[in-house]
Design a protein around this ligand. Structure first.
Ligand SMILES: *Cc1c(COP(=O)(O)O)cnc(C)c1O
Length: 375
């Protein structure tokens, strides 16, 4: 794509993705499988392009949040297994089977409904069973009080007609912040495996580690890991991680540069009255592009690596920056709205996590794929 024609765009560096994939692969045993998270349009990076790249690199499986996300990947040439992490409505489950997707099952009722569908269409439904070891979201509850009941339900589920239980998984709620609780969740999960095996139920794929556990707790790697945010270049703890490379950079172009007099009021609400004569540039990105309005007067963009403060309220489609420090600044010059550090800063300043900043970069911002050479 000709970037000169673009207003504002997100550069997605597939070389950085490859680099992060290799960094994560090095953390896990050779025999451990790798599932790459592609939900929410691959955390805003573009699920099809990311999925194709991960497939090419040798990922064993991808995961999505819902059926539609999986269908999009299948439509665009992704043939490796896809795990659907959300519950697909029973009414749509036929598509799931036809498109060869794996379904998360977190309760027996749902399992039974899928079993009926499977018998109707004459093809097995492949499932991964979700265990709730302490996330409190989805899955069969597992602790001392619930294990007998859950074990019974799991036995029944695994023997349902038309159901092929291929895997079992759980999700940590605090792998980035609470070692004791993570250990408790892991112990519960390992107990699920032991108890199922006592019942002669052997499933081939036990997995629990998202990015935080993949990076910090080798004992959680088991048969497969499921990193998301680390693939996109960030440490889930919000700490700097020099091993990983941010994959997304949001860029824009200066629309106009004007010298505005001392005392002039800038943008909605007149939150700023200029203390000095100021060179202001208009940048065509706003909250309509997912650039958070709460960053008004609180962040910077880079012009030739020179930090330029955002001045006044961020509007829907544009905002203003102070380019007084940039010598001989030109209209049409490139601006870096977000690089890795600015994304982390935006997350901190808006009291959220980089995940949300990445997912918020709007549909109006085209993704442009580049590939830096990775080593
Ligand atoms: C999103 C998600 C992941 C990946 O989490 P990251 O923190 O991005 O690595 C893994 N497993 C499940 C079930 C998820 O929903």
């Amino acid at each position: 794509m000709d970037q000169k024609k673009l207003r504002t765009w997100a550069e997605i560096d597939l070389g950085a993705l490859e680099h992060n994939y290799r960094v994560l692969r090095k953390e896990i045993p050779y025999t451990c499988r790798f599932l790459g998270l592609c939900k929410a349009d691959a955390y805003g990076h573009g699920a099809v392009e990311v999925g194709l790249k991960l497939q090419e690199l040798g990922a064993d499986m991808l995961a999505v949040a819902c059926l539609d996300e999986g269908l999009e990947l299948r439509k665009h040439g992704i043939t490796i297994p896809i795990l659907c992490l959300g519950e697909t409505p029973v009414e749509a489950a036929q598509l799931l089977v036809e498109q060869d997707m794996i379904q998360m099952v977190g309760d027996l009722m749902y399992g039974k409904a899928l079993s009926e569908i499977s018998q109707k269409i004459g093809k097995p439904v492949v499932i991964h069973i979700k265990i709730d070891t302490g996330m409190g979201r989805l899955g069969f509850l597992w602790d001392e009080a619930h294990k007998t009941q859950t074990l019974q339900a799991l036995e029944e589920l695994c023997h349902l007609e038309g159901i092929y239980a291929q895997g079992v998984f759980t999700h940590f709620s605090c792998a980035d912040c609470d070692e004791a609780f993570t250990t408790l969740q892991l112990e519960r999960f390992q107990q699920v495996k032991e108890e199922l095996e006592k019942k002669k139920i052997y499933l081939s794929n036990y997995h629990c580690a998202a990015s935080a556990a993949t990076l910090s707790y080798p004992q959680t790697h088991m048969d497969m890991v499921r990193p998301g945010i680390a693939l996109y270049g960030y440490d889930p703890t919000g700490q700097e991680n020099h091993l990983l490379k941010p994959v997304m950079t949001v860029k824009s172009r200066i629309t106009t540069v004007r010298t505005v007099p001392e005392g002039w009021s800038v943008s909605y609400g007149g939150t700023v009255k200029l203390k000095n004569e100021t060179k202001l540039a208009v940048i065509p990105i706003g909250y309509g592009d997912g650039y958070p309005r709460i960053l008004s007067n609180r962040t910077t963009m880079l012009v030739r690596d020179i930090p330029c403060p955002v001045v006044g309220r961020i509007c829907m489609d544009m905002c203003m920056i102070d380019v007084s420090q940039v010598p001989d600044v030109q209209e049409g010059e490139q601006v870096t709205v977000y690089n890795g550090a600015l994304i982390q800063e935006a997350a901190q300043k808006t009291d959220t996590i980089v995940y949300e900043i990445l997912c918020s970069v709007g549909k109006r911002v085209p993704r442009v794929y580049v590939s830096s050479v990775s080593k």
